[in-house]
Every structure is written in structure tokens, then in C-alpha cells.
Design a protein around this ligand. Structure first.
Ligand code: ADP
Length: 470
């Protein structure tokens, strides 16, 4: 018995100090605030009905009291809003206020309903009982966050129910077979129904809270695993880069013949080694960029830059590769500077990626054309090729990580499948747009668009101004 009492006491203490108490208080107050108009409408309707059919003075007084309790709830809502949900002292204070408001408002509602019952001298108490039933159901549905508050409110309503039930028993001392006793037993049944419904609502809220906690834990675990992965990737990439740089340098040194003549039989093997170390180094650079970008550690140095210069510099930088693959690059710039806000180094990286893809996927005898066009507010750089093109069904994965439209591409032309993903992230950081139009087997136009810094528009584009995509 003692043990049971102690357990009950512990259980009671849990009501006062449940897990996630802060979260529950916040949920309680915010839901209560959300339902204010719904409550007001029911109170007003009840008050008007009572004023019309019973004593208007008593109805007004009761309505005024309920209204005051609503004002108190509003004040409480404002306090809870300002609370960060962490400080337990504020939490305690709020809980005390919630308790006070609950007692105040449920007693006010109880007295209101009881006053109607007292005024009804015959025909049962359908109206006050239904008012009370609605109020109890409302509490059962919306007060599950703080079970102790729910129990408090329902207890006061329960007492009022019983007071109404026994009001006529005391008044008329009826036979057990009379309708008055039937009403008493019906009320007891209704009380059981309310308790059962409250329990169901409470359990479903509890389940939701548990689910939320599980999701939160899962998210934290995923985040931790993700951080470990990023850290691992970054360390491995850095560790690989240093020896790789020296391998590449040594291979270059051997290939150039500075260290002595290279036997002809060795040359193909050396060239394969050099090509693959170059590929590996590109992959490591891309991985490091990606990791930095995802960790939000990539620094952007924004300043006003001229798009014409940007394009010139980028095309110049790919000159070597263009002549290696034998695909000429032509450039059409605007006859006047077009300024955007951007990071020169990162935007060169964007252009390099688009240009090297265009060159890489070009067919023999093809060419790559770069155009700069502008409207009043935007500027677009288009990189056009007559290469292999991208099939329409691959559109959704072109900008994905490690995505290659045709995985046999990697063997033919090399690549990591990271370039466009990094490029898109850089363009996004510039609040720009990147997209493409392509016809499989015919060619591809990749374009990037940015806001112009000042709209001193000169309608003098080398190409007809582009239509802004939606
Ligand atoms: P990769 O390192 O493979 O070039 P990207 O992310 O830059 O990786 O490009 C992803 C894929 O998009 C490429 O593997 C290729 O299949 C396709 N792609 C990109 N640019 C072009 C282009 N100009 N022409 C045809 N396909 C392209």
C-alpha cells in the first residue's frame, strides 16, 4: 500500500515536472492562443442564449468574468512568446500562471453554467449540461500538453456536472425511478466518456511528442555522422593532395626528358600515369570544394566585376585545353562593360567548368561559342557547343553530385560528375541562375544569369537580348 502511494506520489510529481515540460508549456500556450476566436465565439453564443432565455444580468456578469480570464490568457501568451523555452525559472512562473488562469476560467465557466441550471426549475438541464459538455470536450481535445492542467480543468467541470446532477435530487428528493435520477446516471456516463476521450487525446499527443523526439535524435545522429564523414573526406583529400602533387611533378619531370631520355616503350605508360594523376588531382580539388561548400566554409569575396572581363579571362585560361582537344572557342562580348556583384575567382571556376565541359563533350570539328547578352536588369553568359548533347530524360540529374549522364563518358573524356553541382552551388550563392538547353546528338547551350549592378541599360547587345526565363 505504502509502495503504491509512493508510486502515485511520484506520478503526481511527474505531472508537475514532466519530461519536455518547456516544450509542453510552449505548445499549450501557442495552441491556446490560436484557438482564441473559436473560444470567444462559443462564449458569446452561450452568453447571448442565456441572456435571452434566462437572466441577462447574471449572463453578462458571467460573460465578463470569462472575458477577464481570456485577457489573462492573452497576457500569458505574450509572456510565453517572449520566452526562449529554456529557462526553467520562467517555465515555473508560466506554469503557475497557467494554473491560476485555468482555475479562474474553469470556475467562471462552472459558475456560469451552474447559474443557468439554478434558474431552470423544471424540464431538466439540457442547456447547461451541453455547454459544460462542449467545454469539457474542448479541454480534452486541446489541453493534452499539460496533463495536470487538463485534470485540474476537468475536475472543476466534473464537480460542476455533479452539482447540476444532484441539484434537482436535493431540490425534489425524487424516486429512484424518476427522470431526475435518470439524468444523474446519464451525467455519470458522460463523465466517463469525457475522461476516456481525454485519455485518448493525451495518448495521441504523447505519441506525437515521442515521435518528434525520435526524429530529433535521428536528425542529430545523422548530423553527427555527416560531420564525421565530411571531416574524414576533408582529411583524406588533404592527405592525398600533397603526395599526389609530388607524383605529378615527378611524372612531368620525367616526361619532359629533363632527367634523361625516356625510352619510347615507357612513354605510353608515363602518359597514362600523368593523365590519371591529373584526374585524381581534379577529383580531390572537387571533393575539397564540395566539402567546403557543404560546411559553409567556402569564402566568397564579393565585389563589382565586369562580365566581359570575366569571360575573357576564363576563355584565356582554357586556351591550352581547347588547343589540346582541337576545338576553337569564339567569344562575343558586349561593347560596353556590364557589371555584376560577384566573386571573380569563383565565377572563373564556374566558367571553367562550363567551358571545359563544352570542349570535353564536343565532337571533332566542332566549335564552342561564348556569348554575353543583357537586358535592363540581367546579364547572361551562354556557352554553346555542337557536342554530344544531353538527353531530356537526364535533366533531373545533370546538377546532382557524382552524376554523369552517360557513365561511359567518364572513360572517354574523364571527369568527376561534381563540376556542375559545385558550379550550381556557386551560382546559387550569387543569387544567379544556371540552366541549359540541349538536343541530344546536336549540341548544348549552358547559360548562367546574374542581376546587373546598375541598370544603366544600353540597348547594344552583340546578340539579340535574351528572353528572361520565368
Ligand atoms: P563531369 O566531371 O563529368 O564533367 P559535371 O558535373 O561537370 O561532371 O557534368 C555532369 C554531366 O553532365 C557530365 O558527365 C555530362 O554527362 C553532362 N554534361 C555537362 N556538360 C555537358 C555538355 N556541354 N555537353 C554534354 N553533356 C554535358
Amino acid at each position: 500500500m505504502k509502495r503504491r502511494l509512493r508510486a502515485a506520489w511520484r506520478g503526481r510529481r511527474d505531472w508537475f515536472n514532466p519530461t519536455d515540460r518547456e516544450q509542453r508549456i510552449k505548445d499549450y500556450v501557442s495552441l491556446s492562443n490560436k484557438l482564441i476566436w473559436q473560444r470567444q465565439a462559443s462564449f458569446l453564443a452561450a452568453a447571448l442564449l442565456t441572456a435571452f432565455y434566462f437572466d441577462p444580468v447574471i449572463a453578462s456578469i458571467c460573460y465578463a468574468t470569462v472575458f477577464v480570464s481570456e485577457l489573462l490568457d492573452q497576457l500569458l501568451g505574450a509572456r510565453a512568446e517572449a520566452w526562449d523555452g529554456k529557462d526553467p525559472v520562467v517555465g515555473n512562473r508560466l506554469l503557475k500562471r497557467i494554473t491560476f488562469n485555468t482555475v479562474f476560467s474553469s470556475v467562471a465557466i462552472g459558475v456560469f453554467v451552474l447559474s443557468i441550471a439554478v434558474q431552470q426549475t423544471s424540464g431538466g438541464h439540457f442547456t447547461p449540461l451541453f455547454f459544460l459538455f462542449s467545454a469539457s470536450l474542448f479541454a480534452a481535445m486541446y489541453n493534452s500538453q499539460l496533463v495536470y492542467i487538463l485534470v485540474l480543468r476537468l475536475s472543476i467541470y466534473g464537480l460542476t456536472f455533479l452539482a447540476i446532477a444532484f441539484l434537482d435530487v436535493l431540490r425534489y428528493r425524487p424516486e429512484l425511478s424518476s427522470n431526475i435520477w435518470l439524468e444523474v446516471f446519464t451525467i455519470i456516463f458522460v463523465l466517463y466518456f469525457i475522461a476516456d476521450t481525454s485519455l485518448k487525446f493525451y495518448k495521441s499527443y504523447q505519441e506525437r511528442l515521442d515521435q518528434m523526439r525520435r526524429i530529433q535524435r535521428e536528425a542529430e545522429r545523422t548530423k553527427a555522422a555527416y560531420e564525421v564523414k565530411s571531416q574524414f573526406l576533408s582529411t583524406v583529400s588533404h592527405e592525398l593532395r600533397t603526395p599526389l602533387t609530388s607524383i605529378k611533378a615527378s611524372l612531368d619531370l620525367v616526361s619532359t626528358g629533363v632527367l634523361g631520355d625516356v625510352p619510347t616503350t615507357l612513354k605510353p605508360a608515363l602518359s597514362i600515369a600523368a593523365k590519371n594523376s591529373q584526374r585524381l588531382s581534379l577529383l580531390i580539388d572537387d571533393l575539397l570544394d564540395l566539402q567546403k561548400m557543404e560546411a559553409g566554409e567556402m569564402e566568397f569575396n564579393f565585389r563589382t566585376i565586369d562580365v566581359n572581363h570575366l569571360v575573357e579571362e576564363a576563355v584565356e585560361a582554357t586556351d591550352g585545353y581547347a588547343s589540346k582537344v582541337g576545338v576553337p572557342v569564339t567569344t562575343t562580348l558586349l561593347p560596353h562593360p556590364v557589371m555584376i556583384e560577384g566573386d571573380q575567382v569563383r565565377l572563373i571556376q564556374v566558367m571553367n567548368n562550363l567551358l571545359s565541359n563544352a570542349l570535353k563533350f564536343s565532337n571533332e570539328g566542332g566549335s564552342v561559342r561564348v556569348h554575353v547578352t543583357a537586358t535592363e536588369d540581367r546579364v547572361r553568359i551562354t556557352v554553346q557547343d555542337d557536342g554530344v548533347g544531353i538527353p531530356e530524360e537526364a535533366r533531373h540529374r545533370v546538377f546532382d553530385k557524382f552524376s554523369q549522364v552517360d557513365s561511359s563518358d567518364i572513360r572517354k573524356v574523364g571527369g568527376t560528375g561534381l563540376g556542375l553541382n559545385i558550379t550550381k552551388q556557386i551560382v546559387d550563392r550569387h543569387k544567379g541562375l544556371i540552366d541549359y538547353e540541349s538536343e541530344y546528338g546536336v549540341g548544348t547551350n549552358f547559360y548562367v544569369e546574374f542581376d546587373r549592378v546598375h541598370a544603366d541599360f544600353v540597348e547594344d547587345t552583340a546578340e539579340p537580348a535574351f528572353k528572361l526565363s520565368a
